[in-house]
Design a protein around this ligand. Structure first.
Ligand code: GLA
Length: 666
């Protein structure tokens, strides 16, 4: 299978989405000249070009794309060629309204924007395959072709009749018989028993809370249905272009696609990432999502889209201050990106995204943005040979699973105030702020390479995952397990006893008698064994211990006096349980302690707050996300690759400053 290296060939790819169909051809010459000036290596073409490529059904027009690809190739610019199937032309919806998605309440989602397709529609799939075949046959051997890009940000949902039929086939395959399905969905509840497959529907709008197991299976099905669309197109382009990698771009931490399953089918994992420049924790959010992309890829990944400045879809869209685009781009490189690209090359004058920033803004190249883009292109070019392909070192794994997200975030649960992504973010933040580098991992993945494994909260854990965790700790691993974990099995049935018996044994708990969520704004005070204290929020639990040690006790509220945080030696390892959501500083202290006890260390000790240090291969990246200048003293002797000189013993990072250091002599 080809991989990202087949596209990068030892460089860092640099560029962005290019939508030349929005411009007269005279502009293309200027585009290419400015791309070269900016150090652009690669552009993504054709993402939304279906109506231009096939303006009438079966009436293909490729001349313009022929000219464009030849022009780019002559300029030495590679092309990530997209299949345009994310945005079908109006004629498809007009002739075949059954290709349009239907919402939960049966209303049609019309054309006039984008993404108006039903993944289960045979007609949509037929037309998508046809345009993909045309493109692949025509350009599959084009010398500019660097990578294939399928569709764009797969994320649609549909509840139509074709989806219902497809869902039934998927359920038959998953459950085998109606009896099994009835059992898996717990249809004895509320008279939901199905006596014929034909009765089964996607979970459409209903009077009251819908069946949670049905919702869970529908989330799994939707991810799989979209993945079928992806793999069908992947197969077409791969047939015409052996050796050329194929990708699709994921939205950051997107609920609708099981990223672990998708990544297995992609040659390259590509991510779109838009942290809010006004968010003080934007860099941490970026780090989390980049860690996920790297972990999905199992190595280098592609930053397919980011913004040079403002986006157009927040309530208030502010530009990035000077230096932030560079800082966040190099952060992605530090965390494993071998491609740094933007949405988009030239800012649109019309359409829904005319206020979205671009590499080349409305005001043209004589602009801070374009100067920063150009400088970044030169730096990435310099870094490429030292960085490309190198692995990122992480000693800690944070466990994440879409199944658990889908099952745990449904109506009818103990608290609607808890959010899966918020919890994962809080735990990742605690590790990030204490300067540890973290991978994300599936709960059934091989964890033996990690010194510490943390579970922010995994409501659903399969038998395989539970056995995996037990084996990991038994053979010497350290686990820190957060609240409301191990409650449901793979089909969202509550485990006997409320929390799985294997997990209780691992944690040294006799029982979790009650989940005791906290009201909005409520805090529960906890006291550590050493007399220090912290507040917990969102959640608490009434625990009964078997042989775990008490690390902290609740000191306020209904649970005052009872254990809050526990520690349990198990086999050769240790398992902690954290039954509330500690305030950020307390979680940081706890996870840092567990990490250090397990032998995990940050890349550099004693870093100032806001400085991120990441090891990639032999390189050390230092990134200053703080509001002012920061100083670091990484032990050893270093060459500063960006400044192109020997680094001082004290590395001074200005606001938004970055140093990429290579050991002297390496
Ligand atoms: C997504 C899409 C792009 C563009 C950007 C705007 O990432 O893939 O086409 O709409 O958002 O931020």
């Amino acid at each position: 299978m080809p991989d990202l290296n087949d596209a990068t060939r030892g460089r860092i790819l640099y560029g962005g989405d290019y939508n030349p169909e929005q411009w007269p051809e005279e502009t293309w010459q200027e585009d290419v000249r400015l791309m070269r000036q900016a150090g652009v290596t690669t552009v993504t073409v054709g993402v939304f070009s279906w109506a231009r490529l096939e303006p009438t059904p079966g009436g293909y027009e490729f001349d313009w794309l022929d000219r464009l690809l030849d022009l780019l190739h002559a300029a030495g610019i590679g092309v990530v060629l997209a299949t345009p199937t994310a945005s079908p032309p109006p004629w498809l919806g007009h002739l075949h309204p059954e290709t349009l998605p239907q919402a939960e309440n049966g209303t049609t989602v019309w054309y006039g924007s984008r993404n108006q397709f039903c993944a289960s529609s045979p007609e949509y799939r037929r037309r998508a395959a046809a345009i993909t075949e045309q493109l692949a046959a025509r350009y599959g051997q084009h010398p500019a072709l660097t990578m294939w890009h399928i569709n764009n940000e797969y994320g649609t949902h549909c509840w139509c009749d074709a989806t219902a039929a497809h869902f039934r086939r998927w359920l038959q395959h998953r459950h085998g018989s109606l009896e099994e399905l009835n059992s898996a969905w717990g249809t004895a509840f509320w008279s939901q028993h199905y006596s014929d497959w034909a009765e089964i529907l996607p979970p459409r709008q209903a009077q009251y809370i819908r069946n949670p197991a049905q919702l869970l299976d529908f989330a799994r099905f939707t991810s799989d249905a979209l993945l079928e669309c992806y793999t069908a197109e992947h197969a077409v382009v791969a047939r015409h272009s052996p050796g050329i990698p194929v990708t699709t771009n994921h939205m950051p931490f997107w609920r609708g696609q099981d990223g672990w399953a998708w990544a297995k089918r992609q040659d390259v994992v590509a991510l779109d990432l838009y942290p809010d420049p006004d968010d003080a924790l934007g860099a941490q959010y970026g780090a989390l999502v980049q860690d996920l992309a790297r972990s999905m890829a199992g190595g280098p990944w592609m930053l397919m889209e980011q913004a040079t400045g403002a986006v157009n879809w927040r309530p208030v869209n502010r530009p990035k201050p000077h230096g932030l685009t560079r800082l966040w781009s190099l952060q992605a490189v530090a965390r494993g990106a071998d491609a740094v690209c933007f949405f988009q090359w030239r800012q649109s004058r019309q359409g829904a995204e005319k206020f979205h920033s671009a590499m080349l803004p409305h005001s043209g190249p004589d602009n801070r943005t374009f100067r920063e883009v150009t400088a970044l292109g030169a730096e990435l070019d310099r870094l490429g040979p030292a960085v490309s392909g190198a692995p990122v070192t992480a000693e800690i794994a944070l466990l994440h699973d879409w199944d658990s997200w889908w099952a745990g975030e449904q109506p009818g649960r103990p608290s609607q105030l808890t959010g899966y992504q918020e919890t994962v973010t809080a735990w990742h933040r605690a590790l990030w702020e204490s300067h540890h580098t973290t991978d994300l991992a599936h709960p059934a993945a091989d964890l033996s390479g990690y010194r510490l494994v943390v579970i922010p909260s995994l409501y659903l854990l399969t038998d395989t995952a539970l056995d995996n965790l037990t084996a990991y700790v038994r053979s010497g691993g350290t686990l820190v397990c957060g609240w409301f974990t191990g409650v449901a099995d793979h089909q969202d049935r509550i485990r006997p006893g409320g929390v799985d018996a294997r997990l209780r044994e691992l944690l040294g708990l006799a029982a979790v008698h009650h989940w005791w969520p906290l009201a909005e704004g409520d805090r529960v005070h906890c006291e550590n064994a050493d007399g220090t204290g912290f507040d917990g929020a969102l959640w608490s639990e009434e625990l009964e211990l078997a042989d775990a040690e008490v690390h902290a006790r609740y000191r306020s509220g209904e649970l005052a006096g009872r254990p809050a945080v526990t520690r349990h030696p198990y086999g050769e390892g240790t398992a902690w349980y954290v039954s509330t959501q500690p305030e950020p500083e307390a979680l940081r202290t706890l996870l840092d302690r567990a990490a250090r006890e397990a032998g995990a260390r940050p890349a550099v000790e004693g870093l100032p707050a806001g400085v991120e240090a990441v090891r990639r291969g032999e390189l050390l990246f230092l990134l200053n996300h703080g509001p002012q200048q920061a100083k670091c003293e990484p032990p050893g002797e270093w060459e500063d690759l960006l400044a192109n000189r020997r680094a001082d013993a004290t590395v001074v990072l200005e606001r938004h400053g970055v140093a990429v250091l290579k050991p002297v002599g390496a």
